[in-house]
Design a protein around this ligand. Sequence first.
Ligand code: 2IT
Length: 451
Amino acid sequence: MSDQQYASQIEDFMAYAVSRNPHEEEFLSAVREVAETLIPFIEENPKYKGKKLLERMIEPERVIMFRVPWVDDKGEIQVNRGYRVQFNSAIGPYKGGLRFHSTVNLSVLKFLGFEQTFKNALTTLPMGGGKGGSDFSVRGKSDAEIMRFCQSFMQELFRHIGSDVDVPAGDIGVGGRELGYLFGMYKKLKNEFTGVLTGKGLSWGGSLIRPEATGYGVVYFAEAALNRMGKSIRGLRIAVSGFGNVSWGVVKKVNDLGGKVVTLSGPDGYIYDPEGVSGEKVDFMLRLRASNRDEIKPYAERFGVEYFSGKKPWEQKVDLAIPCAIQNEMNADDAQQLVDNNVIGVVEAANMPLTNEAVEIIQQARKLYVPGKAANAGGVAVSGLEMTQNAMRISWTAAEVDEKLRWIMNNIHDNTVKFGLLPGGYVDYKKGANIAGFIKVADAMLAQGIV
Ligand code: 2IT
């Protein structure tokens, strides 16, 4: 079939997706990104053709929405909305994080659950795709308010999850503190101590390296991709956005490998630290996060570096960009600026931080582009390792977990190169990740019949 025929097939499929999911912008953009690579692949492979696999895959197996009422410190009743999108269980129990953030809605969680299905397949571990959360924001809340919210959230969620059913974890706004409150309520309601959540604290079933895993995995992947180009992290100046868990792990591993992270950002703006974020500055990131203020400005005040209010770090001249904050944080103009500044490439640590137009600009310029579903899979991969340790009732050492994480990231790298290598040598990691993830899920779905 010609490119033009594929293009019209893609538009027909998107018209179908739009008609079934009107106004769900984030979800539709994730679907488009996948459909553009998978429709030609499916057409060329009789095994997958005519089975309505994409139509089946974009329909979540189940969506749960619920009321989350709680009482704030003033004694007022607050009402939030809770969700769990159980997207695909073809290769294992639903698995994916919970996001507590003001931008959370059904479209965002469907996009995240859809992406998670492919990501989890890439890890080689038996995990299906899911995502959940709430429009609750921890910003400006007291610890007691956060606890009451988490308890109310779990009072409904508990009946839908289980260690062989659906295993949530953290995401934006959900870290060790929130997972502790969630786990405590789950255990009380079910009267069982099982690995129903991952990202748990070390003394109650958590895994070493889980807090670092997403960021470490991103940098292991970046290093593998750079090595393929005859380059490495060593000596690179890197722009990072965000200052939360993912950025923190990226900063630590970049420092280990001899690179320099020169920017961090928050919703308020970004800081530029030409010396690099290292030493006590890395620990300061943890304190910023624990403060519930959601601002990066205090970093500039504390360390006397430049602060750019209301700006994004992509305007700095750097060798590599690693967006770690949130979806759509890098648009076409940002991507063009990076290309004009001769960046080596962009590695996504957040989920879909680049708009589809931004991805197009980076790839058209033949710069390195690695999608989050491949690069940030180390987080959920170590969640999978936490599930294994819980099931075996043992704990591996940090070195053992790190070794497995590195193996998994290198494996994802090689597998995405296998399906993404274009004539001429450029690697389309987006194509590679979509096809490699699809094959695993689609084969399982085909084997299990129309269910
Ligand atoms: O986006 C992600 O992969 C996560 N938030 C982690 C999910 C998990 O189950 O560890």
